[in-house]
Write a protein that binds this ligand. Structure first.
Ligand code: ADP
Ligand code: ZN
Ligand code: ZN
Length: 717
């Protein structure tokens, strides 16, 4: 424990008080970048306060007042009592976070090497970070554990009365027959009954089911059971805005109150939904990453859908993985957790293979849908128009003539990714990042996709004044423009983050596609996420070679996931789908294994490669990042950090690589470098990071230098 130096201690007779009654030292977490708690004395008029973990307190800190969270109560302090300050006010009569929530956040803060106070305040919604005196009605009765529903889970929702289900039969758990689901297919029924049997205890499940295999149906039926037994369910999804139909699907089928939690909500809505969750009136919380920390007094089931998705990992500040925190939460609460995906992360599959997770498979599409057929199309030396080979164009004509829909995937937005001067070779780069500016024509802007800086589109070369500026490459905007003359009778819809800026626009485009008013849908990876396009019979993936050959060791995994996810959009109904993947590298081992034996085959190969190269999941990584406006400073800091690491007592089996400049060195005018730590044993790595973190905190450094630790990093830029 350390004490804030600027504190001018309240000198009142703290020591004298201690001699008459038992001393109360309040251990408080404060939103500051320090790994420690701070000791305070109770206010003088606090005789009646029942100190409970998780209460917010207003405390003097330096020259200002801060909101703190009471983490613990002790009888003694490492500091001289006379120097401790008193709490100014108690903001909550009842704790805002239950003990189990504090334990979870405390664990995550320690695991991800992030200051505990900042971690807690990241987990709280904005309205509770401020010093408002208003707090929700008591979610957790004083001095009691959170109420745990002891009743056994209600019987399963089962519609097929004739078929002898492998599950206990029973009523409909108090909701309408019309809300009841499909008759589950045997794979779904097996999954539901396995998870149902685990309600009330910790058990992780991997629900490994191809797109359209009915995973969501499995979630819904289990959540119905959880709700019927008086408990709450938490469903974490990568993005809610991208899948407007998801919420409706849950609410139309489930009784009780469903609330959503994500950062795009209006502050007042977010506050209200958070309150309903913490009070226990919400029966289902559907949220993005940050919702993993919302207190739920009767949590009975956690689902992480699309568990492979990168956006479940926070990429700045408190760099937690919502998926991994979710598993820990389920363990602390003692409930099952379902990790669902059509393309599980290699880490998760590894856990399933080693039987840490119970592996449930839905290998077939639910209902009548056929799986799509994927084929590679070698486009080397092929004439392309609008980036489409002749084979793909002809195929498109055939599908259009048959009245079918087509989906084209291009993972680049804007008009052109490069603007070059034909006279002198000048290229438009962002002045503050090592990134080319992307040309957008509607609206016209010259845009850094990294830092967001926008410049006017130049009319003449800034270097030689030539007017001969040429656009190289193709983004979705250009594809749309070039496609129309090739397919003059087709209605084309573009779906990317630019075309769906306006509120409601994505929903409008998706329903136009669903109604069949659109023949060709084109777009970026927004298309890969969660939407159904049942009338699509042909998917063209125009150019993934860039993704395949990216420098990051996870690039092939991400490419394989993207291909399978995009492919999974097609042919959901009676019409079978076909996927054509254009490439200049048809011999690529990953593409070959994907084609030959699907995602499963790719995974087997990729895991072998990871094992040979000692990469996750066979080892564990942490990345120490540093940046400054001077390129040398981060390298010097990291060299010193490495020297200090090697001087620590327990560095056996810890490997430190670097420092090296980051792949994208200059960003927003700052130079980035990194140091990679690798260890085969997670616990050993954790012990090392703890010691090292303490040393790094004390390391003297200039104001200009920023550093951060990323435990289990997934991006290395
Ligand atoms: P996933 O979440 O795996 O992509 P969904 O749960 O969305 O799959 O199911 C895909 C489609 O199949 C949906 O339209 C759903 O309504 C339907 N479906 C799911 N389960 C069944 C079933 N047992 N019988 C018939 N149709 C089903
Ligand atoms: Zn020029
Ligand atoms: Zn930039």
């Amino acid at each position: 424990m350390i004490e804030e130096n600027n504190n001018s201690a309240i000198q009142l007779s703290a020591a004298a008080t201690a001699s008459i009654e038992p001393m109360v030292i309040l251990q408080v977490a404060i939103d500051v970048p320090l790994m420690t708690l701070f000791d305070y004395l109770p206010p003088l008029d606090a005789a009646s306060v029942e100190w409970t973990q998780g209460m917010r307190l207003l405390v003097p800190f330096g020259s200002r007042q801060r909101v703190g969270i009471l983490m613990g109560i002790a009888a003694d302090s490492d500091h001289a009592l006379a120097r401790l300050k008193r709490v100014d006010a108690v903001l909550d009569e009842q704790p805002l976070l239950a003990a189990v929530d504090l334990t979870l956040i405390g664990w995550a803060a320690a695991y991800y090497q992030y200051p505990i106070g900042e971690a807690i305040f990241t987990a709280l919604p904005p309205h509770l970070r401020k010093k408002s005196l208003k707090s929700p009605q008591p979610p957790f009765p004083k001095g009691e554990e959170k109420p745990i529903d002891q009743s056994p889970p209600a019987p399963l929702l089962q519609r097929g009365e004739k078929e002898k289900p492998p599950l206990e039969k029973g009523g409909l758990g108090g909701f309408d027959e019309k809300k009841a689901g499909f008759e589950l297919n045997p794979d779904q029924a097996t999954a539901v009954s396995a998870i149902h049997a685990a309600l009330g205890r910790f058990q992780p499940f991997l629900l490994d089911g191809v797109t359209g295999s009915g995973k969501t149906e499995v979630y819904i039926q289990l959540i119905a059971q959880v709700i019927a037994s008086g408990q709450q369910a938490l469903v974490i999804v990568p993005e809610i805005g991208l899948t407007p139909q998801l919420q409706t699907r849950f609410t139309s089928r489930l009784p009780g109150v469903t609330v959503v939690l994500h950062s795009a909500l209006k502050a007042s809505d977010r506050a209200r939904n958070w309150e309903q969750a913490t009070l226990g009136t919400a029966t289902l919380v559907l949220g993005t990453r940050s919702a993993i920390f919302v207190p739920l007094p009767r949590l009975g089931l956690i689902v992480v859908d699309e568990e492979h998705d990168m956006s479940l990992k926070q990429q700045d500040g408190f760099r937690y993985s919502a998926r991994d925190v979710a598993v820990r939460r389920a363990q602390l609460v003692g409930c099952p957790i379902i990790l669902g995906s059509a393309t599980p992360a290699l880490e998760t599959l590894h856990n399933a293979q080693r039987q840490r997770y119970d592996w449930l498979q839905l290998p077939r599409r639910a209902g009548v849908a056929q799986p799509p057929k994927i084929s590679l199309l070698d486009i080397r030396q092929q004439p392309l128009r609008a980036g489409l080979s002749m084979v793909l164009r002809e195929r498109m004509q055939t599908e259009l003539a048959a009245g079918n829909q087509i989906l084209l995937f291009l993972n680049r937005r804007g008009y052109a990714p490069v603007l070059i001067c034909h006279a002198c070779g000048w290229i438009g780069n962002c002045p503050q990042c090592d990134v080319r500016l992307t040309l957008h024509l509607s609206p016209r802007k010259f845009w850094c996709h990294h830092c967001g800086r926008v410049q006017p589109v130049p009319q003449h070369c800034p270097s030689c004044k030539s007017a001969d500026l040429r656009m190289i490459g193709r983004g979705t905007e250009r594809l749309e423009e070039e496609l129309q003359p090739l397919f003059p009778d087709a209605t084309i819809a573009r779906i990317d983050s630019d075309s769906t800026q306006r509120r409601g626009e994505l929903k409008r485009l998706l329903s136009a596609v669903a109604r069949g008013e659109v023949q060709i849908v084109l777009g970026t990876q927004m298309l890969a996420k969660g939407h159904d396009f049942p009338r699509v019979t042909l998917v063209g993936i125009l150019d993934l070679d860039g993704v395949l050959y990216a420098s990051d060791f996870r690039a092939p995994e991400r490419a394989a996931q993207l291909i399978m996810q995009v492919a999974g959009r097609a042919g959901r109904a009676e019409r079978p789908g076909r996927v054509i993947l254009q490439t200049r590298h048809p011999e690529h081992a990953l593409l070959q294994s994907l084609l030959r034996s699907g995602y499963r085959g790719f995974v087997a190969e990729a895991l072998r490669e990871r094992e040979d190269t000692e990469l996750p999941p066979f080892t564990h990584l942490a990345l120490l990042r540093a940046d400054a406006t001077d390129a040398l400073i981060p390298m010097e800091f990291l060299s010193e950090a490495k020297r200090l690491a090697l001087a620590l007592p327990e560095t056996e089996h810890i490997f430190i690589l670097g420092p090296a400049p980051s792949p994208l060195v200059r960003r927003v005018g700052r130079y980035h470098a990194q140091l990679l730590v690798q260890c085969a044993d997670r616990m050993r790595l954790q012990r090392f990071l703890n010691q090292w973190g303490g040393v790094l905190q004390k390391l003297k450094r200039g104001k200009d230098l920023h550093w951060s630790m990323d435990v289990d990093p997934i991006l290395f830029s």
